[in-house]
Design a protein around this ligand. Structure first.
Ligand code: CTP
Ligand code: MG
Length: 194
């Protein structure tokens, strides 16, 4: 992945494109979720739920699968789209092991979301309560962290390529996250607009 010959706007599209499995796995989790709480209803020693009813196996499995499916579709059918948006093609976006990277992005996003819920419960926040910074960056943080553990060189090759990728993630993540959640809320599949 070499971003140098691309404009800022092109890098923006490329970064969003690469991270799409992570952004959308959450959306799939909202749709498939709600059944079989991962903490099985258990209470932590502080008297609050370990994770709460908002973190379920159906959400984790449906969300991860959905995110992987999105990446798969991008890889196989998305070339003309990203070519139009960023004048580049798709072939090496996710490195040498694209399916693994895509899976780590999708699963990592939900693992980050779960980790955040754990800390939200520890600070006495109930399911669905707002925790702006955590809610916005938990998923992208963990998704990137998992790919870093698996293939640091891949991550380094695009995310540390100038300031544009990080800038995009920092600015676009909250905007996208918020927009998708407002849409989900309006459609009635999400309980809160955040
Ligand atoms: N969801 C799920 N399993 C997951 C993630 C999400 O079932 N692993 C579903 C739940 O129905 C959840 C909804 O998606 O209510 C929205 O997700 P999120 O906003 O992350 O959960 P909250 O209900 O806000 O709970 P928390 O306060 O723990 O974030
Ligand atoms: Mg929430």
């Amino acid at each position: 992945m070499n971003l140098e010959e691309h404009s800022f706007i092109q890098v923006l599209f490329i970064v969003l494109w690469i991270m799409m499995p992570a952004y959308l796995s959450n959306t799939f989790a909202v749709i498939s979720g709600g059944r079989f709480p991962i903490d099985q209803g258990k209470i932590h020693s502080d008297g609050n739920r370990i994770l709460g009813d908002g973190k379920t196996w159906s959400g984790l499995i449906g969300g991860t699968t959905g995110g992987i499916l999105i990446g798969y579709l991008q890889m196989n059918y998305g070339n003309s789209i990203i070519n139009t948006l960023a004048n580049t093609n798709n072939y090496d976006f996710w490195g040498e092991n694209p399916i693994i990277i895509i899976s780590l992005l999708a699963f990592g996003a939900l693992l980050g979301d779960m980790t955040a819920s754990f800390f939200k419960r520890r600070s006495k926040l109930n399911r669905g309560d707002k925790s702006p910074l955590l809610d916005m960056f938990d998923f992208i943080g963990m998704a990137l962290f998992l790919t870093l553990l698996f293939d640091y060189e891949w991550l380094k090759s695009w995310i540390i390529d100038g300031y544009a990728p990080l800038f995009t993630l920092l600015i676009a993540t909250p905007v996208l996250h918020r927009s998708v959640n407002i849409i989900g809320y309006k459609l009635g599949i999400k309980n809160e607009p955040w």
